[in-house]
Design a protein around this ligand. Structure first.
Ligand SMILES: NC(=O)c1ccc[n+]([C@@H]2O[C@H](COP(=O)([O-])OP(=O)(O)OC[C@H]3O[C@@H](n4cnc5c(N)ncnc54)[C@H](OP(=O)(O)O)[C@@H]3O)[C@@H](O)[C@H]2O)c1
Length: 344
């Protein structure tokens, strides 16, 4: 018997990708139900070669749903995830609402799939922030080999990380510039077209942004609480695909060649690293792909046991929708859930 899967936020940037990935990976679902806000009732979304009509979250009965992929922001998740879990569905949430809750596992399957079994306390599993997901996929195999002490990362995050409104703003501003119209700024704090903005999410008292803090807290929770990390998160005028310039300090020696070899065979990683023009991956090539691409691997001569590298991935896929579907696959493969009996 197959599973019944609900996708909350099905009209959004991540939700649409979730539907595509469930179909692409032939997730064993007998029924997939797209849900969104009241204003989207009846809106059509694609699921493989089928078209489905969105239903309204607030009027939906979750009692025969097995898995709910949630991607409708933190406030919706805070209110709805406990109710959906109480109805007996496992919630896999993309927002930051539950990530730091000690009773909610925060999962990147290539890194800590075994921790998914902890979902029973609340019935919720959290998906990390998009920048964290690709980073820990690249760090984990190196940490296993040479123990990471400290990471310094600068991100170059695409506008789709801010949802469909972010993509619309870059599109509108770019057209306005070419047609000499006035530029309107709504989603981002400054113009994003032909610009970069060193600010994502809210500012904290210590001067870091919440996005930067998330990378620290989530890397510790997923990979190792002993790892020190400092981040600068920057929004760039790219539609899809986050890039990261990463400097890593290890406890033990490791050469660039060794790191390249380890990453070559590591789950979820694809090394493209030729020391010539174009011998590296940019977000344009990573968009629509599943891998975390690693390029520009080199030794950092300014510290003992240091490496520098460039990490790129599709933020809507590995950073969100793909990771969520992979978590659902972990639940099935490890037999952590069974399909509920459905009414005939
Ligand atoms: N974009 C990324 O790279 C990324 C990565 C990791 C995590 N996330 C997280 O994933 C979540 C969704 O992000 P997104 O980029 O897909 O945002 P988005 O494009 O703005 O989509 C938001 C979705 O939530 C739905 N929604 C909003 N209010 C709702 C309500 N009251 N009831 C039901 N549905 C409601 C929207 O439906 P309507 O169309 O009906 O309003 C829409 O489907 C956020 O929590 C975000 O932080 C995003």
């Amino acid at each position: 018997m197959g599973y019944k899967v609900a996708v909350v936020g099905a009209t959004g940037a991540v939700g649409r990708e979730m539907l595509a990935i469930l179909a692409e990976r032939r997730f064993p679902a007998d029924e997939v139900v797209p849900l969104a806000s009241r204003k989207s009732m009846g809106v059509e979304v694609s699921y493989g070669d089928k078209t489905l009509k969105c239903k309204t979250l607030e009027h939906f009965d979750f009692s025969d749903v097995d898995i709910c992929l949630m991607s409708a922001g933190g406030a919706v998740s805070k209110e709805w995830s406990p109710k959906i879990a109480a109805a007996g569905a496992v919630v896999i949430d993309n927002s930051s609402a539950w990530r730091y809750d000690a009773d909610v596992p925060l999962i990147v399957p290539e890194v800590n799939a075994a921790a998914a079994a902890g979902f029973r306390k609340r019935g919720i599993i959290a998906n990390p922030n998009c920048s964290t997901a690709q980073l820990v996929v690249a760090l984990k195999p190196l940490h296993d080999r040479a123990k990471i002490k400290r990471v310094v990362v600068a991100t170059y995050q695409s506008v789709s990380g801010a949802g469909k409104d972010g993509m619309d703003e870059l599109d509108r501003q770019t057209k306005a510039i070419y047609s000499l119209q006035e530029i309107e700024t709504k989603k981002f704090s400054k113009r994003i077209a032909f610009n970069v903005i060193p600010h994502i999410d809210v500012f904290q008292d210590d001067g870091f942004t919440r996005e930067e803090w998330k990378m620290v807290a989530e890397t510790k929770k997923i990979l190792d609480p002993k790892i020190k990390l400092v981040a600068t998160c920057v929004r760039v005028p790219v539609f899809v695909g986050h890039s990261e310039a990463v400097n890593i300090e290890f406890a033990e020696p490791i050469t660039a060649d060794e790191a390249r070899e380890i990453l070559h065979s590591a789950p979820g990683c694809l090394v493209i690293d030729r020391r010539e023009p174009g011998g590296y991956v940019t977000p344009h090539e990573a968009a629509g792909e599943d891998a975390t691409y690693i390029s520009r691997i080199r030794e950092d001569p300014t510290v003992e046991n240091g490496l520098a590298m460039w990490v790129v991935s599709d933020n809507l896929r590995k950073g969100a929708a793909l990771n969520a579907v992979q978590i659902a696959e972990v639940l099935l493969n490890r037999k952590l859930i069974q399909a509920k009996k459905k009414a005939a």
